[in-house]
Design a protein around this ligand. Structure first.
Ligand code: FJE
Ligand code: FE
Length: 298
């Protein structure tokens, strides 16, 4: 064993440096989100712009709106969301499914409930580097049954992006990103490597878990934990119920960010041009001219 490496397997285990409770707020049309990243106290956690735990019931939703300059990653937890964009791309994202949407130079779309009852999920906005902001839009969609899973020693992981317990996700991430959905049985202990130079966070979905330092108090659902520097995360489920959380990490871009709602660029000038492009339906927004989603057509 190299001498810098201690018995837990990490030379520098990451500790929790900040903790936020994401309280419900209104977004879209009648929808509720618990926003952790993207709120006033945490405007940006490079490369992450927004993390919303959303909850929508018909007729609430996110009708026709644009995006430019980043990716939206929608991971459904319960129910389903119907999406439809200005190119005619549509479908429903059901519980356990993933939609990794690279908006690039422009997408206009709607995201609405596709079932009765409450639809729940996570939506993460990942910034794109200046060289990728104006790329062609693309989708990577993976149905729940095709999401890579691994199980070991009371740990179950669904590999949304990156690699865990020896299994790799096929998702291609323009901005290098890992996204892991962990469920730890009571008593389970996780050791997950994280690239040392990346920013990383934990968002707790269910149960309670101890993260970073084994002496920490447990963290419960709807909390975001920002992790400090280091090469891996340790987590423990010391409770009697399952613990579910996502661990997300990404390589920081280190670039200036100028954001106007759903448009995220590097300079004010680029934002001004984006507003012009959107208003005039040019430079990627051509198809917005005659398009309305089904929800708004009647
Ligand atoms: C958006 C307000 C919004 N979080 N989580 C302003 F609500 C949105 C938006 C969403 C969104 C959609 C889903 Cl399905 C889940 C979300 C915000 O659509 F894009 C802007 N600009
Ligand atoms: Fe959207």
């Amino acid at each position: 064993m190299p001498e810098t490496q201690i018995s837990n397997g990490f030379s520098e285990p990451r500790l929790v440096v900040r903790k936020f409770l994401a309280r419900p707020q209104h977004e879209g049309v009648g929808a509720i989100v618990r926003r952790s990243i993207g709120r006033f106290e945490l405007k940006y956690f490079d490369p992450f712009l927004v993390l919303d735990e959303f909850s929508v019931s018909a007729p609430a939703g996110f009708p026709d709106h644009p995006h430019r300059g980043f990716e939206t990653v929608t991971y459904m937890l319960q129910g389903a969301v119907q999406h439809e964009d200005f190119e005619g791309h549509k479908g429903s994202i059901e519980a356990g499914d993933l939609q990794w949407m690279t908006a690039g130079r422009g997408i206009v779309h709607s995201e609405m409930p596709a079932a009765t009852g409450v639809q729940k999920g996570l939506q993460l906005w990942i910034n794109l580097s200046s060289k990728n902001k104006m790329i062609e839009p693309r989708y990577q969609e993976i149905e729940s049954k095709n999401i890579v899973e691994a199980t070991k020693d009371g740990i179950k992981v669904r590999v949304i992006a990156g690699e865990a317990l020896g299994k790799k996700s096929p998702v291609y991430t323009k901005t290098p990103t890992m996204y892991l959905d962990f469920t730890l049985s009571p008593g389970a202990h996780l050791q997950q490597p994280i690239p040392i130079e990346w920013n990383a966070f934990v968002y707790v979905l269910e149960g309670e878990g101890v993260f970073g330092n084994p002496k920490n108090l447990p963290t419960t659902a709807h909390h975001l934990l920002l992790l400090g520097s280091g090469d891996g995360l340790e987590a423990w489920n010391k409770s009697l119920k399952p613990l579910r959380f996502v661990l997300v990490g990404g390589e920081p871009l280190g670039e200036p960010v100028v954001q106007l709602g759903p448009f995220v660029m590097n300079t004010q000038e680029e934002i001004d041009r984006t507003i012009e492009d959107y208003e005039n339906c040019i430079n990627g927004f051509e198809k917005a001219k005659y398009w309305k989603s089904e929800v708004l057509r009647f």
